[in-house]
Design a protein. Sequence first.
Length: 145
Amino acid sequence: MASSPVPEIRLDLRGRAAGQWRLKQGIETLRFNPEAFIRDWQAHFPATIAHEVAHSLVFRRFGLNSTRPHGPEWQAIMHALGLPPTVTHQTPLQGRRSRIYFYKCGCRSHELGPRRHYLISRRGYRYTCVYCGDPLEFHHRMAWR
Ligand SMILES: [Zn+2]
Ligand SMILES: [Zn+2]
């Protein structure tokens, strides 16, 4: 019996779900919502990855028809991975809208998206203004784009 190919992994999921395991015409796809990981890395890595990988493992071992999506087989894999078998998440996801973060340098204000704000505030990245060379300092968070 030929082994199934590795599932396709995509980071194009939008909306309320943080992850998705999908089977379409025999092809498995794991999809992840980048907004979930930007907003709460700790909550989704590795739990959301494992959640969807566990769906794939259940499918490969048992097929589709004999199991429920989050049934005992799926829960056993999560348990083996040392992760809670949670089905819902607490991260407020907004789909396509994203916050704007205002930063200031020596000369003007800059609008940054959530990814760069995350890198600065949580990962220690530094950005400097191309006009005055000052480091960007977080000023306030405002509207939705
Ligand atoms: Zn699931
Ligand atoms: Zn500047």
